[in-house]
Design a protein around this ligand. Sequence first.
Ligand code: ADP
Ligand code: MG
Length: 252
Amino acid sequence: MSTIPEVRARTDTGPPTATPVLEARDLWRSLPLGGQVLDILRGISFRIERGEFVALMGPSGSGKSTLLGCISGLDQPSRGQVLLNGTDITRMKESQLADIRNRTVGMVFQAYNLIPTLTAQENVEVPLYVGDHPGSPGRRAQELLTLVGLGQRFGHRPAQLSGGEQQRVAVARALATAPPLVIADEPTGNIDRRQGTALLDLLEEVRQRTGTTFVIATHDEEVGGRADRVLRIDDGVLVADGRRRSGTPAPA
Ligand code: ADP
Ligand code: MG
C-alpha cells in the first residue's frame, strides 16, 4: 500500500484554519403527519473539526438517518442551519448545492448503493464525471480501489463481490473527489463482524493517511468504541457528546 500516490483530502474547499468541517445549528426537521406535525429532529447543534472520527449513535427511529440527510445536503432541515467548511448550505440552490456536495461530502450507505451494471472501477469513477476534477478518472479509481484492498477487482461488478468488498468499493467511491468529509449510514449493518472490523480498520487507515473527517451513524458498539467522539441522539435530541482524548486512537 506504500506505493499509493497522494490521496489526501482536499483543502481547497474552505479556509484551512479552525473553521469546523461541519457545523449544525439548531436543526429541526418536522413533517406533517395525519393533521399533526411530527418533529423528527428537535434542535440539534454540534461542530465537527477536521480529521475527527465521530460515531452518531442512538436507537432505531431516533433520527440518525434524518440528521445525516440534513448535514449532507440531501435533505433540508425545517429550521436551523448546516455549514460545510463554513459555508451555509441550508438555503442554497440545488445546482450550487450539488457542486458543493460533490466536492465536500462522500456518502456511504448501509446497502452500498452501487450501480449493478457498472464495474467496481466505473462505480468509483462516477463522482469524477460530476463537475471538474483534475487527472484521469480511471487512474484515480484504480488508485482508490488499490487503497481499499481491491487492486485485483477493478473489473468485477457488484454481484461478483462479497458484501464487505462492495462496501469497500462504496468507500472508494466516497473518497473519489477527495472530500474533506465522509458520512456513512450504518456502513457495517449488512456485513459480518469480521468484515465490519476490516472496514473500520480501513476507515481508520484512510483517516490517518488523508485527514478525512468521518461521521458514522451506527448501532454497532464496535464503531462507537473506536470513534474518538460519540454523539448520542434520542428522539431527535442530542443527549450526549463524549470525546476521547483528542486525536488519540482507540485502544485495540
Ligand atoms: P434512525 O436512522 O435513527 O433509525 P430515522 O431518521 O430513519 O431514524 O427516522 C426517525 C423517525 O422519523 C422515525 O420515527 C421515522 O419513522 C420517522 N421518519 C423518517 N423519515 C420520515 C418520512 N419521510 N415521513 C414520515 N416519517 C419519517
Ligand atoms: Mg437510519
